[in-house]
Design a binder for this molecule. Structure first.
Ligand code: ADP
Ligand code: MG
Length: 543
């Protein structure tokens, strides 16, 4: 029979508890995420301490256990973690380590309701969210490496009591006396759903037990990406890919990357082998790569990759952010900015590697090339790389070709890279626009994606060679056709004159050309204005 000690919460804790409980009421299911996160963290810490202190060694199969006692209205969460000494309990569950109640209060007030749950983690007050669903909370904890246990009990109103207790093994048990309006948290199905949603990738097994039922595993429990590649079977990798993407094939390419250095993160990314029939990548022009912090899923809206890499799917997991960051912080933190940058560079170099496998890369290009080329529109630091990664049909080559290869085939005296943009390779191949070029043996790239009407103007050139649409009647076209000064005869001059009169509102100029071999007439775009495909697209959009 141990003596009870009464302690007051610090004024700050009290205020915070009040804020947490009231501001987050509509999202109160996240109490479970917070308690599970704490248990998982504590288990991680014990594993770490055990490296240098044998007395802290983890049991053979560490677990997070959730037990439901409906009759007594008790929900118990118990772990094999590092546990807390008496002093640590007082420190962690009685004061606020990270001061800033005011800041928290202000953020809570300014935050949209859906962002509020993410604030509590950020301010290190997750534990107190237990009081959203419980009118009384008991914590029984035994620090690993010691044999003394302590019990902390509070109704969340101003004070808590501390009593010496017993616990067979090291770890922490949290007993929630569930409020009368929170019955749902005594249903194992409900709890399982919350775990699936928020804590599926906690690396430690989470088992749920209700009454006399069998124990059930509630999480997949495999933070697969934390393992070295050699410990992951291809089958596990494919399963995870399907789980994350909701696709049913195999990934075209997989990138597991443990980034170490100034900042640490792990990423497991996939290039899918197909386009989802349910959620085409074009539906929402944003990267949906999932952000995890210490294995906990945070959001898939952090835009971890630029929109033009939105076909890449997977997860990024970092240690360098507080668990649960606010939406605002996601946008502003330099940590994420640096991760995004590193990730983008890495994906590009991965694509370069993939491009060495012609067949695979061809599949990739057919699926996602048009999206990748959207990156050219930004004409930013990656344009050169994207240009090199791009593949095009050509008027002279079989299959797909590259810009560097095109440049290596350029004729003496040819100054520009020529292209013709349109709707399909078939239509373009038989275009009269090509006649003169074919006759002279000059290669023309055939651009068949809608985005091709836009980026060449923006990018301007590749390896110092200007990109030029052959529908634009630039003088160099005529020059390339033979450099012969052609003088119209009288008959031709008269024809041009009457054509100009008839077409006066429709064209700005009518003239003879050397560009044609079989066709009598060709429509050309003026040098300064948009090229013909662009004009067609603009007309289409007007309708
Ligand atoms: P945070 O997790 O952001 O630090 P919390 O309010 O969730 O904030 O928890 C406060 C502290 O209480 C933790 O940092 C940890 O030291 C301690 N703690 C909470 N739950 C546990 C647990 N299950 N085992 C060990 N320590 C715990
Ligand atoms: Mg916490």
């Amino acid at each position: 029979n141990h003596k009870e000690e009464q302690h007051q919460f610090s004024a700050e804790v009290e205020r915070l508890m009040d804020l947490v409980v009231h501001a987050l009421y509509s999202e109160r299911e996240i109490f479970l995420r917070e308690l599970i996160a704490n248990s998982a963290d504590a288990t991680d810490r014990r594993r770490f301490e055990a490296l240098t202190n044998e007395a802290c060694a983890l049991p053979a199969t560490p677990q997070l256990r959730i037990n439901i006692d409906k009759d007594a209205r008790l929900l118990t969460i118990s772990d094999d973690g590092i546990g807390m000494s008496k002093e640590e309990i007082m420190q962690n569950l009685g004061t606020i380590a990270r001061s800033g109640t005011r800041a928290f209060e202000k953020e809570l007030k300014d935050a949209k309701p859906e962002d509020r749950p993410n604030l509590i983690g950020q301010f290190g007050v997750g534990f107190y969210s237990a009081f959203m669903v419980a009118d009384k909370v008991e914590v029984i904890s035994r620090r690993a490496g010691t044999d003394e246990a302590w019990s902390w009990v509070s109704e969340g109103k101003g004070q808590y009591t501390l009593t010496q207790a017993t616990r067979d093994t090291a770890g922490t048990t949290i007993i929630l006396h569930i409020k009368s309006d929170a019955d749902e948290y005594l249903e194992s199905m409900r709890l399982e759903n919350i775990i699936r949603k928020w804590a599926d990738h906690i690396a430690w097994p989470i088992v749920i037990k209700q009454g006399e039922e069998e124990e059930r595993n509630a999480n997949e429990g495999t933070a697969l990406w934390r393992k070295p590649r050699s410990e992951i079977t291809d089958e596990q990798m494919d399963d995870f890919y399907r789980h994350i993407t909701h696709l049913f094939d195999k990934p075209l390419a997989t990138l597991l990357w443990h980034a170490e250095g100034v900042f640490e993160f792990t990423s497991l990314l996939f290039i899918p082998g197909m386009i989802s029939p349910f959620a085409p990548v074009d539906q929402e022009r944003k990267s949906k790569v999932r952000l995890h912090v210490r294995r906990m899923f945070i959001t898939d809206e952090a835009e971890m990759l630029p929109a033009w890499l939105r076909f890449i799917q997977g997860i990024v997991d970092t240690e360098d952010l507080p668990l649960n960051v606010s939406r605002e912080m996601l946008q502003n933190t330099p940590v994420l900015a640096r991760i995004r940058k590193a990730l983008t560079n890495r994906v590009i170099s991965e694509l370069q590697k993939l491009s060495e496998d012609k067949e695979k890369y061809g599949t990739f290009w057919n699926l996602f090339g048009a999206i990748l080329k959207e990156g050219l529109w930004e004409n930013g630091e990656h344009s050169e790389s994207i240009l090199k990664l791009s593949r095009f049909y050509s008027s002279t080559e079989e299959g797909l070709t590259t810009l560097p290869d095109y440049v290596s085939r350029m004729k003496d005296g040819q100054e520009a890279i020529y292209f013709l943009a349109g709707d399909s390779k078939e239509i373009l191949s038989s275009s009269p626009q090509l006649e003169g070029f074919k006759a002279q043996g000059i290669e023309v790239l055939l651009f068949t994606d809608a985005v091709d009407a836009f980026w060449p103007d923006r990018v301007g050139k590749f390896s110092d060679k200007p990109l030029r649409s052959i529908t634009q009647a630039k003088e160099d076209l005529e020059k390339l056709m033979g450099d012969v000064e052609y003088v119209n005869n009288e008959e031709e001059e008269n024809l041009l004159k009457s054509l100009k009169e008839v077409l006066t509102d429709k064209v700005s100029e009518v003239r003879t050309t050397q560009r044609l071999v079989d066709s009598p007439v060709i429509l050309a775009a003026s040098a300064g204005g948009p090229d013909l495909q662009m004009q067609r697209l603009m007309r289409r959009n007007d309708k």
